[in-house]
Design a protein around this ligand. Structure first.
Ligand SMILES: Nc1ncnc2c1ncn2[C@@H]1O[C@H](COP(=O)(O)OP(=O)(O)O)[C@@H](O)[C@H]1O
Ligand SMILES: O=c1ccn([C@@H]2O[C@H](COP(=O)(O)OP(=O)(O)O)[C@@H](O)[C@H]2O)c(=O)[nH]1
Length: 239
């Protein structure tokens, strides 16, 4: 099974805590030991937002802000690499071909951002499409996709399941400014729709939730169901 895991910066590095990074690395290593071929994509989190806010105050334009965000995601990728054992490619992959090559060699590949105008959500979706992954998992700070921001709206309701085109409709009205918050960004939603990639959005604060979702299909987040398929992911049925 080939899986791309997106570890949001808000769950990997809301602050700098080695034990938290270690917890995520332990799950990635366990999945690899179970024979899962893995690409991990790491976000920028609060540190990226702090840099983006400061640089915006200094007059940086949106592309410059995105470039700062990308640098921070790559620093976070280095943190995860530092915590992973010998099966990780020690280089942060800067494009999909590098990541795909190391996954094909049997290594775990870790990426951060790649280019302005998107977030690492889109990187994860593109990598999943490029390596023809069986599953894409977003570990983020909300337990799925809601009909409103659950951190500000007490009445926000979770979608247990969405088709990829419904996901695009939910995400489309959200902001695309550097540092904006959304469960996944619009480009990611469109790539998921285009590729028909089976996708889960879940609360990744506890990395074991990611492990259970990958190994057993058990989670309390949102399943993004490719159009024209039934609800039963074929690879879990095969396991
Ligand atoms: N409709 C929504 N459904 C789920 N989360 C949402 C929604 N709208 C905004 N959010 C916010 O998006 C945040 C996830 O984005 P972000 O903090 O950037 O995570 P990550 O670091 O994982 O990319 C959640 O904490 C949540 O408050
Ligand atoms: O390929 C990428 C990845 C990230 N970013 C920038 O880096 C920030 C942090 O990335 P992350 O994926 O963590 O975004 P978040 O989920 O925090 O919005 C984003 O807001 C963007 O400004 C970018 O421009 N291109």
């Amino acid at each position: 099974m080939r899986v791309v895991v997106s570890i949001g910066g808000s769950v990997l590095a809301p602050d700098l805590d080695a034990r938290r990074v270690e917890g995520h690395a332990a799950v990635v290593e366990r999945l690899a030991r179970e024979g899962v071929e893995l690409g991990a994509v790491v976000g920028g989190g609060g540190v990226a937002r702090d840099y983006i806010t400061a640089a915006r105050d200094l007059g940086a334009n949106e592309v410059q802000l995105d470039q700062i965000g990308i640098d921070v995601t790559r620093i976070n990728a280095r943190l995860l690499i530092a915590a992973l054992g010998p099966k990780v490619d020690p280089k942060v992959a800067h494009d999909y071909e590098e990541a795909g090559d190391s996954i094909r060699r049997g290594d775990i590949s870790v990426m951060g951002g790649v280019m302005p105008g998107q977030t690492t959500d889109a990187v994860a979706a593109a990598l999943a499409e490029y390596v023809d992954a069986d599953l894409l998992v977003y570990g983020t700070s909300a337990d799925g996709v809601f009909d409103a921001d659950p951190s500000t709206d007490a009445d926000a309701t979770k979608f247990e399941e969405l088709s990829a085109s419904e996901l695009v409709d939910v995400i489309a009205p959200m902001s695309r400014d550097a540092g904006a918050s959304a469960p996944v960004d619009l480009l990611a939603a469109k790539l998921i729709e285009r590729s028909g990639m089976r996708t889960i959005v879940l609360d990744g604060t506890d990395p074991e939730r990611i492990e259970h979702a990958v190994m057993r299909g058990e989670h309390s987040g949102t399943d993004i169901i490719p159009e024209g398929t039934d609800d039963e992911p074929s690879y879990w049925a095969q396991r």
